[in-house]
Ligand binder design. Structure first.
Ligand code: DX5
Ligand code: ZN
Length: 221
């Protein structure tokens, strides 16, 4: 069985970090109980916002001691697989909605030495993964519309997690379920109860008075 209560993987989202003092933020993550660091890449086309690119991700990659969980919100992400491997990504999340040939992209990510993950927007049903679920290491369910931090958790995600859990277990797969958007102690606990393995949290961690404590809270759900 996949990871359950008390063994949550926590992946704080650097999107909510203080980019003027990124060294302090990375040091905080290194010293915390966080398992991974979530890095959001937006191209202003797939999503209406633009975030960070290779120079900053390279610097993060050199300082972070935890695996980088890179979330590509860009069109045709298959074009950049080698680049993100060279920048130090461990997991590479591509959107189902952004890939014409998803199976090929997933294989290319694995061949490049990274763990492939597929991300679904809130309106995309879990059923689109039926033919590929055993090939991916993780599915990232967006619990907000991608593009911005600090949005409200979409409650329908909880039913979606349960449907995805059923699909994964029915195939005997080890695929992890990651949830991204509007995660705090309350929504995080609901996601874990519904069958999630990995929680991404941006504002809940970085806007917290005590970010390390916020990470510890999520770890204990
Ligand atoms: C949104 C990003 C998220 C974002 C989450 O498109 O994918 O990773 O940083 O931010 P919060 O946790 O503030 O909703
Ligand atoms: Zn993200």
């Amino acid at each position: 069985m996949a990871n359950r209560s008390g063994n949550v993987i926590v992946s704080p989202s650097a999107l909510a970090a203080d980019f003027l003092h990124l060294d302090n933020e990375i040091e905080m993550i290194n010293a915390s109980e966080a398992d991974w660091l979530h890095v959001d890449v937006m191209d202003g086309v797939f999503v209406p916002n633009i975030s960070i690119g290779s120079p900053i991700i390279k610097s993060i990659g050199q300082a972070i001691k935890k695996p980088m969980d890179v979330h590509l919100m860009i069109v045709d992400p298959g074009r950049y697989i080698g680049m993100f491997r060279d920048l130090g990504a461990h997991l590479l999340n591509v959107h189902y909605e952004a890939c014409t040939h998803l199976h090929r992209v997933v294989q290319q990510i694995r061949d490049a030495g990274m763990r492939p993950a597929v991300t679904l927007n809130p309106a995309t049903p879990v059923s689109v993964l039926e033919e590929i679920i055993t090939e991916v290491d993780m599915v990232l369910l967006m619990s907000v519309n991608p593009g911005f931090g600090g949005q409200k958790f979409i409650v329908n995600t909880l039913d979606k997690i349960a449907r995805l859990r059923k699909l994964i277990d029915s195939r005997g797969a080890k695929t992890l379920i990651e949830i991204d958007g509007g995660i705090n102690a309350e929504t995080g606990a609901q996601c874990v109860a519904a069958g999630a393995d990995v929680l991404v949290a941006g504002s809940y961690v970085f806007a917290n008075k005590d970010p390390k404590e916020a990470i510890r809270t999520l770890k204990s759900l």
